[in-house]
Each structure stands twice: as structure tokens, then as C-alpha cells.
Design a binder for this molecule. Structure first.
Ligand SMILES: Cc1cc2nc3c(=O)[nH]c(=O)nc-3n(C[C@H](O)[C@H](O)[C@H](O)COP(=O)(O)OP(=O)(O)OC[C@H]3O[C@@H](n4cnc5c(N)ncnc54)[C@H](O)[C@@H]3O)c2cc1C
Length: 416
């Protein structure tokens, strides 16, 4: 640990989301004594977004529960938190940032943690659809669920499906339109994507796959709906339209500064951009992952946390690299799951347990090599699955619930 040998650095963090907060918390916890400023364009202290499509959307949790730290934490730890302000210029030569209110702040090291924003389809009437990224979006959606009887969700990705589950819970009729043959197909492959499709249909969702959307229109313009969605030759009417078709990294600032950008701000395994004094983490960063031996941009909660903590250690001179398997989770209806690893599209699936019971583990394999695993309504096993990622495994033993996962790990270690 090199904090004593590292010069006092003034750090500016651009963006005040989860990755940013975790970075500054880890800096202070590990003894960083330089100035720290975080600048965020939202009006709130950093908060976690997963509840926005789950408990918070369903009215089961409060916004304060989503704060990474209470608002007072930042002052107490001598962190200057500037909310409601945008960083408009990143000047690499001057080592400074300029904010929307004209203030200029100089830095020794800057961390780009600008996250991502909802992707919007280029179709007529796209502006009539809601998106879900910020707390205000979730609040407005929750209120609309209470006064609506129908919603069309465009996109069967994680956020679309979680919002569909919340809408069903609120008693709203839901149509989900997915352009691909199955929802979540790219993330999970056919077999497990089919499991999620069945789950939603069982809960009364009208899930239409292979269905691209052509247009959205307001039946009574100016009255806020009902809306007509034209898709797959059909016209659907709904009180509300939600678009959940993925996210786009917020790279504009990095691009204007002249940093290398290619599906995210390109960084090495220690989060350095093409300028060594600017680092990037979280949803905006496409980082070299040494465990996967590829550059990946991961839009998940755990990635923001781990990269935030790791970048702090990099700045403190520690020997840390981005070397962990990606992880994410979801909650939909009574299904809770965690996924760890990085399966390829040609990987096949081995299931341990009975999927019809709703409690099982799915593993993805590339030949005999385990690439990822997903525990569904089974807990405290994700670390074991993580330990199995990248290993050669015996498929029969993997599928057998009587063989403990720890035995498989140990067996593999012993057996080389
Ligand atoms: C509704 C929802 C549900 C989710 N659920 C899950 C889940 O169940 N599981 C999971 O693993 N992941 C989930 N995620 C993903 C997870 O929330 C993100 O991966 C995480 O928020 C990324 O953190 P970040 O700090 O990189 O970016 P963000 O959280 O996007 O924060 C970036 C911040 O920077 C601000 N900003 C951008 N540009 C500027 C600028 N120039 N100046 C100042 N501020 C700027 C942005 O407005 C934003 O406030 C969910 C995301 C959403 C939206």
C-alpha cells in the first residue's frame, strides 16, 4: 500500500453516481489527503439505481435508502460535492474542468464517471415514450402506474422486464415488445431467455417477440395519452409507453477533450484513459479485463462499485488491476437471481436442480470450460460459482445437486 509514498493529489470526479461515490469513499477510507471534488448534474447526492425499477418503483422503499451515503457524509469527509452542475469542458493540457456555472477547478487526476443514458429509438413519436434512468423518472412512472390501466413496454431487456413486473404488481395490463426472437437473448442465450419469457407470460404479460416498433403517436395530442404504438403491423393503445432499449455511454465530454472513445471511454486494466491523468470507471468505461482477456464495458451495479474502489487504490499507488468476473442481479416478481461470469453466444447451458421449481443454478460452458453461472432463488452460492468461472468442469457432476460446488472447486484445484 503506497499512500505514504504517493504525492498529495487533488482529484476531481466528473459525474456523481455510484462509481464516483465508491471511488471517493475508498480514497478517504484509505488515507487520501488531497482535495476531492465530485461534480454531478443531478440534484441529489450519489444514489443507487437498481431500486428505481424494483422496490422504489413499487413504492416499497424510500429514496434515502438508495443513497450511497447520507448527504452529510461528504462534508464530514472533506469532500466537495457539487450537485446540479454539469462539467462542460475537460481541458487535458490545463488539467482543469469548467462547470456549467463557469467555475473552473484544477486537478492532478480526474476520474470520469459520467455513466450512461437511455438509448432512444429513432422512430416517429419516440419523445412520447418515458425512459427510466433517474429517480424522477421512477417517481413519475410509479404515479402513472397508479392512474393507468395499460402500458406498452418497448424492449425486453433488464429494465423493461423489471418495470413490466412492477406494472403487473400495480395491476396494470402490460404489453412488452421485443425486436429479437426472445427477451434477454443476448445476455442469457435461448434457453434461459426462454425461462424469463415464460415467467412474464405466466404473470399475464403480453410478450410479443420479433416485433419491432414503427411509431408512437398521441391519440389526443397534448392530453398525455392514450398513445398508439404501431408494431409488427398491429396498432396498440396504451395509457403509457415506456422505452427500455439499452443505454448509451455518456462519452461526449471525453470525446471533446480528445480522449480515445470506442463504445465507451477506452481505458487499460488500471483505468487510465489515453491521457494518464484522466481515469474512467463505471458504465462509461470500456476497460481491459485481465480475467477475460478482453475490453468490456459493463453496465452493472457491482462493476460501478468495484471499479470505484479499484480506481482509488490505483491513485493511492496500490498494485490493483481490473481482473474480476462481471456480476449482476435482478428481481422480477418472486424471482431473484445473481449472474456471474461472461458467457459467449455459442456457450451451452447445464442446469443444476429443477427449473420448474423456480430454484436452480444454470451454468454456461464453452466445451468443458465454465464461463458463467446464474443462481435463481438459491442464495450464498455466487462466490462458489465465481470461483468455478474459467475452470474445466465435469458436466455430470456440475448438474448433480448432490455434489457440493465446493467439492467441484476443490476437485478442480486438486486435479489441476
Ligand atoms: C433503472 C435501473 C435499474 C438498474 N438495475 C440494476 C440491477 O438490478 N442490477 C445491476 O447490476 N445493475 C442495475 N442497473 C445498472 C447500474 O445502476 C449502473 O451500472 C450504475 O448506476 C452505473 O454507475 P455509474 O456511476 O457508472 O453511472 P451513473 O449511475 O449513470 O452515474 C453517472 C452520473 O454522472 C452524471 N453526469 C454525466 N455527465 C456529466 C457531466 N458532464 N457533468 C456532471 N455530471 C454528469 C449523470 O447524470 C449521472 O448522475 C440499473 C440501472 C438503472 C437505470
Amino acid at each position: 500500500m503506497g499512500s505514504e509514498s504517493v504525492p498529495r493529489l487533488d482529484v476531481v470526479v466528473i459525474g456523481a453516481g455510484l462509481a464516483a461515490a465508491k471511488a471517493v469513499i475508498a480514497l478517504r477510507e484509505n488515507g487520501h489527503d488531497g482535495a476531492i471534488t465530485i461534480v454531478g448534474d443531478e440534484e441529489h447526492p450519489p444514489y443507487e439505481r437498481p431500486p428505481l425499477s424494483k422496490d422504489f418503483l413499487m413504492g416499497k422503499s424510500a429514496f434515502d435508502d438508495a443513497l450511497v451515503e447520507p448527504a452529510t457524509w461528504y462534508d464530514e469527509h472533506d469532500v466537495r460535492l457539487l450537485t446540479g452542475r454539469t462539467v462542460e469542458i475537460l481541458d487535458l493540457a490545463e488539467h482543469s474542468v469548467t462547470l456549467s456555472d463557469g467555475e473552473s477547478i484544477s486537478y492532478d487526476k480526474a476520474i470520469l464517471a459520467t455513466g450512461a443514458r437511455p438509448r432512444v429509438l429513432d422512430i416517429p413519436g419516440a419523445e412520447l415514450a418515458r425512459t427510466l434512468r433517474r429517480v424522477e423518472d421512477s417517481e413519475a412512472l410509479r404515479e402513472s402506474f397508479a392512474s393507468s390501466s395499460s402500458v406498452v413496454v418497448i424492449g425486453g431487456g433488464w429494465i423493461g422486464l423489471e418495470a413490466a413486473a412492477a406494472a403487473r404488481e400495480a395491476g396494470v395490463d402490460v404489453v412488452v415488445l421485443e425486436a429479437a426472437p426472445m427477451p434477454l437473448q443476448r445476455a442469457l442465450g435461448d434457453e434461459m431467455a426462454g425461462y424469463f419469457a415464460d415467467l412474464h407470460r405466466k404473470h399475464g404479460v403480453d410478450l410479443r417477440t420479433d416485433t419491432g416498433v414503427d411509431s408512437i403517436s398521441d391519440s389526443a395530442p397534448g392530453d398525455g395519452g392514450p398513445y398508439t404504438v404501431t408494431a409488427g403491423g398491429d396498432e396498440l393503445t396504451a395509457d403509457l409507453v415506456l422505452m427500455g432499449v439499452g443505454a448509451v455511454p455518456n462519452t461526449q465530454l471525453a470525446e471533446s477533450a480528445g480522449l480515445t472513445v470506442d463504445n465507451g471511454v477506452v481505458v487499460d486494466e488500471r483505468f487510465a484513459t489515453s491521457d494518464p491523468d484522466v481515469l474512467a470507471i463505471g458504465d462509461v468505461a470500456r476497460a481491459r479485463n485481465t480475467a477475460l482477456d478482453e475490453s468490456v464495458r459493463v453496465e452493472h451495479w457491482d462493476n460501478a462499485i468495484k471499479q470505484g474502489r479499484a480506481v482509488a487504490k490505483v491513485l493511492l499507488g496500490e498494485d490493483v488491476v481490473y481482473d474480476w468476473q462481471p456480476y449482476f442481479f435482478t428481481d422480477q416478481y418472486d424471482l431473484g437471481m445473481e449472474y456471474v461470469g461472461h458467457a459467449g453466444p455459442s456457450n451451452d447451458v447445464v442446469v443444476r436442480g429443477d427449473r420448474s421449481s423456480g430454484e436452480f443454478i444454470a451454468f454456461w460452458l464453452d466445451g468443458q470450460r465454465l464461463t458463467a453461472g446464474m443462481n435463481v432463488n438459491i442464495w450464498d452460492v455466487n462466490d462458489d460459482i465465481r470461483a468455478l468461472c474459467g475452470r474445466t468442469v465435469d458436466r455430470e457432476r456440475l448438474a448433480d445437486p448432490d455434489v457440493p460446488l465446493t467439492a467441484l472447486i476443490e476437485g478442480e484445484v486438486a486435479g489441476g
